[in-house]
Design a protein around this ligand. Structure first.
Ligand code: MN
Ligand code: MN
Length: 263
């Protein structure tokens, strides 16, 4: 069974709130009759014998929520389920990886984002959505972190990249022929702002010059490795136009489900 878990949490978003409203909108788009239920590799993503949608987990506020997210993820993984979480801001990835790292050894993360999210201390909030990958790396939760689509490195974040040995494919060096291979389980963390705002305007931190929807789908399809779970974060419905970002997030959700479930 694969669980899709909505996490309506945006308290650690530094600039704009709104991504807490994302899970409902993405799940609505996922079920919309404007499209059918299949991933491109032929998996029926609405097969209720294999896919369980948990619309939204109930959360407290503040640091307690981080603990609740970790516990809920541990529950699902403990049942032997795969898990894809729908945020919410990117801060949810730290507790989600804490949960996954207890179930999976030698984890890899494939991370799509405009931003490396490696700040040691952003506005005195250790759980900021600008810092989840610093927390993940300093706690040794994964053996390898590969970031794709990055186009906002400053000096501090370059130092963090070197300190943690992060493999960064900056957008300026990206080409569509790149393919990726991993040994051991792979977790996909997909920040919707890794896409160019032309494809996904509904984000809190739009950064022009990004990936196309097809770039991301092709990387997921061609990836060699055992994808076991992931998250889709940072969609902000307040900034969306005609639900186009919700529809894009739902499409990418289907493709990640298809990759995990291997029809
Ligand atoms: Mn981002
Ligand atoms: Mn991010």
């Amino acid at each position: 069974m694969l669980s899709v878990l909505g996490i309506p949490f945006d308290e650690n978003s530094s600039f704009l709130k709104g991504s807490a409203k994302a899970p409902q909108k993405i799940i609505e788009a996922f079920y919309s009759d404007s499209s059918n239920a299949f991933s491109e590799n032929g998996f029926n993503c609405r097969d209720t014998k294999k896919i369980k949608i948990i619309d939204e987990v109930k959360l407290s506020s503040g640091d307690l929520a981080i603990e609740e997210i970790r516990n809920k993820a541990e529950d699902e993984l403990g049942k032997g389920n795969n898990l894809i979480s729908i945020g919410g801001d990117h801060s949810i990835t730290f507790p989600l990886l804490q949960a996954h790292s207890t179930q999976y050894k030698s984890l890899n993360i494939l991370h799509f984002d405009a931003h490396p999210d490696l700040y040691d201390n952003f506005e005195n909030n250790p759980f900021s959505h600008a810092s989840p990958f610093a927390r993940i790396m300093e706690n040794n939760l994964v053996k390898r972190l590969v970031q794709i689509g990055i186009r906002t490195l400053n000096n501090h974040q370059r130092e963090q990249v070197n300190k943690f040995g992060v493999e960064v494919i900056e957008m300026k060096d990206f080409n569509s022929d790149l393919s990726f291979e991993f040994t051991g389980p792979v977790y996909i963390s997909l920040d919707i702002d890794g896409l160019d705002p032309a494809f996904a305007p509904g984000v809190s931190h739009p950064e022009p010059g990004g990936l196309t929807t097809r770039n991301i789908i092709n990387i997921i399809h061609s990836l060699k490795g055992d994808v076991i779970g992931g998250d889709i974060v940072e969609y902000n419905p307040i900034k969306d136009i005609n639900d186009m970002t919700a529809i894009t997030a739902a499409k990418l959700l289907k493709e990640i489900i298809g990759k995990i479930m291997k029809p």
